[in-house]
Design a protein around this ligand. Structure first.
Ligand SMILES: Cc1ncc(COP(=O)(O)O)c(C=O)c1O
Length: 515
């Protein structure tokens, strides 16, 4: 569409005070809006189709950054102008996770199917807090599929939430109610000394969940990890015994199935046994790991997850559903409802009509109004099938191993953790901690490859996470030369050559880490 045509499209009916008749926000004529809408969809698809050709990420220029301080617009402008502004100021400056060389964080890439599903969901504008309608049935279907994937009972309860942070929070709330009884909802935790356990590699959101629920982040005991980054279960047993000695009240163990730093997986079978013996709630944070269970090759790594009381995970990571879409699945539907249900006259269940269909999501989580997030999950799983999503996870893990092998063959790089799933942590050998951080930032700004940094054993490491369904062998192979190039540019050839000699000697004494 020529830009002069697009200028004529407006969603801005004249306000009633100015003589306008129609207070509705629908357009006066639909054909222009329709054309612009088609254009937008084409633009999105074109962008996805050509995503590889552009930079992974580009910093926001100062003029774009500075443009975000407009006063509240009192009068609308033509939608075409708003869209132009979006194209100029928003679309080019996003995270970059759609690009196949984005390895920075555990972010899914999204799909064209997801784009369409988001559009359809906003077209329906369903409020999925409750009541008896198809979007709620669709969400229940998604939860049943999730339970099937995890090996939990078919009648498990659950919700599609924003992400694993909220899913973990929901799990902590249910576990708290299970430990203290429903009175905790009215009386608070009082003097009770609830304590929870997770490995030292647990995601920060679990501590935050304890903070938010009033238990205090210190109530989370961080259990040391073994060399593979998994919880030391003997240390878990010892910590529980020590807390019982001190009259603390152990109530929850959080197993990690895919740690955020290295992708480590706890021994879920062992932890399940500890929880069964000690009568503790067994929750698993499988934020990205869960989807790997759709791969027959990877599924055995998660043995024991089917014994969990609850599991939190994301669809927006390996399942490639557009942000945001996480999930909580709970074995005991009654316990789940008991932790959240409310009675308010305006939310009363009825036997028939729109107010039928118990239980409603409002009685299973903290939100009342909520969008139809489940549609994009349902549509993604239907359109691609679970096997294909499992293949994405499997290929990501193969790419991670490929990068690990390339790092192990490069004297200037040191691998810093075993690769169990899709995450590779390594250091540019001649550099200190600051140099690792600088290399990551240089690469991000250059837009060739996006890596992140984290800390392992007190040292800053570069981190590559393979999640994107678009990444291939060539993308994995681009990481080592990119890091070497960035290191060289920072240090200069002389320093690198001198250190390479040193690195070689040291590596002979201490062979690179093998899994
Ligand atoms: C292991 C783990 N738990 C929890 C989270 C938080 O998930 P979300 O960002 O979806 O809230 C992440 C995010 O990467 C994670 O890797």
């Amino acid at each position: 569409m020529a830009s002069s045509d697009r200028r004529t499209i407006t969603t801005d009916a004249p306000p009633a005070a100015a003589g306008g008749a129609d207070p509705s926000l629908d357009p006066n004529e639909w054909s222009g809006l329709r054309a612009l809408g088609h254009q937008m969809l084409d633009d999105v698809f074109n962008e996805l189709q050509g995503i590889r050709a552009g930079p992974v990420w580009r910093p926001m220029p100062d003029d774009v950054r500075g443009a975000w301080s407009d006063a509240l617009p009192r009068v609308g402008v033509p939608l075409a102008d708003v869209y132009d502004e979006y194209q100029r100021s928003i679309a080019p400056y996003t995270v970059g996770n759609r690009h196949p060389r984005f390895f920075g964080w555990v972010h899914g890439a999204g799909t064209a199917v997801g784009v369409l599903a988001e559009m359809l969901a906003s077209g329906l504008n369903a409020n999925c807090g409750g009541r008896d309608h198809a979007p709620i049935a669709c969400e229940r279907q998604v939860i049943r599929w999730a339970a099937e994937m995890l090996g939990l009972p078919r009648d498990s309860s659950g919700l599609v939430v924003t992400g694993t942070s909220v899913a973990n929070l929901v799990a902590v709330i249910i576990a708290r109610s299970a430990a203290l009884g429903p009175a905790v909802r009215r009386d608070g935790i009082g003097e009770s000394k609830l304590v929870a356990y997770a490995s030292a590699a647990v995601h920060l959101c679990v501590g935050r969940a304890l903070d938010i629920t009033g238990l205090g982040a210190r109530a989370l005991r961080l259990i040391p990890c073994d060399t593979a980054g998994a919880m030391d279960v003997a240390a878990l047993r010892a910590a529980i015994a020590a807390d019982r000695e001190r009259d603390m009240l152990p109530f929850l163990v959080v197993g990690t199935a895919g740690s955020v730093d290295t992708g480590a997986i706890d021994d879920l079978e062992e932890i399940a046994s500890v929880c069964a013996e000690q009568r503790l709630w067994f929750h698993v944070d499988a934020a990205f790991g869960a989807i790997a269970m759709l791969s027959a090759a990877l599924r055995p790594l998660f043995a024991g997850i089917e014994r969990a009381d609850s599991v939190a995970f994301d669809f927006h990571k390996w399942a490639q559903v557009p942000y945001d879409a996480g999930c909580i699945v709970v074995r005991d539907p009654a316990g789940h409802e008991a932790a959240f249900s409310h009675q308010a006259a305006y939310l009363k269940y009825q036997m028939r009509g729109l107010a039928a269909g118990r239980p409603w999501p409002v009685d299973l989580g903290p939100e009342l109004s909520r969008g139809f997030r489940a549609l994009k999950v349902w549509m993604t799983i239907k359109a691609f099938g679970a096997n294909r999503l499992g293949n994405v996870a499997e290929r990501s893990c193969l790419l991670a191993r490929r990068l690990a092998a390339a790092i192990d063959n490069e004297p200037l790089l040191d691998r810093m953790a075993p690769v169990q799933l899709n995450i590779v942590c390594f250091r540019y050998r001649p550099g200190d901690d600051e140099l690792q951080t600088a290399i990551a930032a240089d690469l991000q700004e250059a837009g060739d490859v996006v890596l992140s940094t984290t800390n392992i054993g007190g040292r800053t490491v570069l981190r590559a996470a393979f999640v994107n369904h678009r990444s291939d062998e060539g993308d994995a192979d681009a990481v080592v030369p990119a890091v070497l190039g960035a290191g060289l540019r920072r240090l200069g050839a002389g320093a690198v050559a001198a250190d390479q000699h040193l690195a070689h000697q040291i590596n002979l004494d201490r062979p690179p880490l093998r899994d």
